[in-house]
Structures are given as structure tokens and as C-alpha cells.
Design a protein around this ligand. Sequence first.
Ligand code: DGL
Length: 270
Amino acid sequence: MAVGIFDSGLGGLTVLDAVAKRLPEIPFVYLGDNAHAPYGVRTPDDIFNLTVAATERLWDEGCDLVILACNTASAAALKRMQETWVPAHKRVLGVIVPMIEALTERQWGDNSPPREVDVKHVALFATPATVASRAFQRELAFRAIGVDVEAQPCGGVVDAIEQGDEMLAETLVRAHVEALKRRMPHPQAAVLACTHYPLMEHIFADALGSGVKVFSQGKLVAESLSDYLVRRPEMLGSGTKSRFLTTGDPTAVSNRATQFLRRKIVFEAA
Ligand code: DGL
């Protein structure tokens, strides 16, 4: 009864940590496509092909339900996968909608017309591919009106994290926050729409200053998955064992994961 969690690299571990805490009885198989990270600078076709290959690998592990714990894959590939590729007995879910439901104060599956919400000025931090897709704005427009979104493509941050360079990641985060604040000086909320960014959440929060509510996905996705599994328990696949798989070098990826998560994580070759 395992569930698959996929990311281009280490970022999805922030989601895995939250879902494993929320659903301790469920085995999770994590797959990081570290050999091909970052996805955020790739074309939509490339992201689709890589995400399809990774999802198939997780199906081989007995995970009929796969969570794309990657905003870039959720933004650039998920819709196309669901419409053209996922067979009826499997499911692939993303991480963007749970965050937008939280931002717009909606319960899961509330499909009522868009309405005014409290938050009016939102700073969106994401990879260049996620920003270019406009998936966040599209999903937001289904649920809320009158929300001004200023998006900052945070080039380089995922690379720095994947290379284990925390100092460079911090410098880049501060520069991206400054760049956004020049265009939107007083955001009410900031959305970390890349699962790598919670690893730098304290730096985002510090650079944004007090009074800005920072939304990151771990807990939101965990709640949404827990709800989903109550409604669809049959989507728990046949897998029985938690594993960490990577397409990269398992030793190097294990060391970086242990550095960022501050607990020991051992990856195996995918
Ligand atoms: N964690 C991925 C995301 O949420 C990073 C994408 C990348 O590899 O650039 O978008």
C-alpha cells in the first residue's frame, strides 16, 4: 500500500517529511530525478517526458498513486499527463491546487464560482518554467477575484541547493526577494511554489520581513493527501516498503539530503 512521491531532486523531501508525519502507517517511495535537475530551465516537452519516465518507475514500485511533489512538473506536465496518458486505474496528483485552496480559504473540491478573498497582493516565488506556465494564476482565477500576483522566477536557487551550496542559495534568495519587492513593495502573502524553497524558508521569511504570511506546501499537501486517501483508499498501491531512489549518484545525493534535512537519509540507485 505504498504511495510514490516524485521530484526533480531534493525539494520533494520537504513534502515527503510532512506527508510521512501525517500518515505514519503508509510506506512512501521517493524518487528524485537528480541526474536531470533542475527541471525549471527545461522546455514543457522535456519536463513531460522526464516526469512520465519517473512516474512509470514509481508504478514499478507498486505505487498506483504518485504525487508530483514538484511544482515545475505539476505546472508543465500534470494536465497533459492526466488528459492523455494516465490509465484509469492509476492516479497522478500535483501540489499547486492544495496551496491555492489554502490561499483562497477553500475546502477540497469546493467548485463554487470565484469570489473575493482576504489576500489581495501575493508574491509568487517559483522556477522559470513554473512562472512561464502561468499555472498558478490559471488555478487562482478559478477560485478568487481581485488578487494581484507578482511572480519572481528564481533562477539558480534549485541548482545551488542540488549542489549543496547553502551560501549561494541564500544570496540568490535574498536577491530574488529584493527584485520582487521593487515591483511589489508590500505583499501580504508569499507563496513558495517550488518544493526546494522550504529548505530556505527562514531566509525567504527574513528577507520578506514580518507581516508577510509565507505559504509552503508540505503540510498543505499532507492534509490534502490524507483527505484523498479517506475517499479513495483503493489508490494505495501494492508496494510495502519505504525507499529513497535517485537517478543521480546515491552517495552524493544522500549526503546533500542529510545536510539539508538535518537527518540521515540513504538513497539507492533508481
Ligand atoms: N522542486 C521543484 C519544483 O517544485 C524544482 C524544479 C527544478 O528542478 O527546477 O518546482
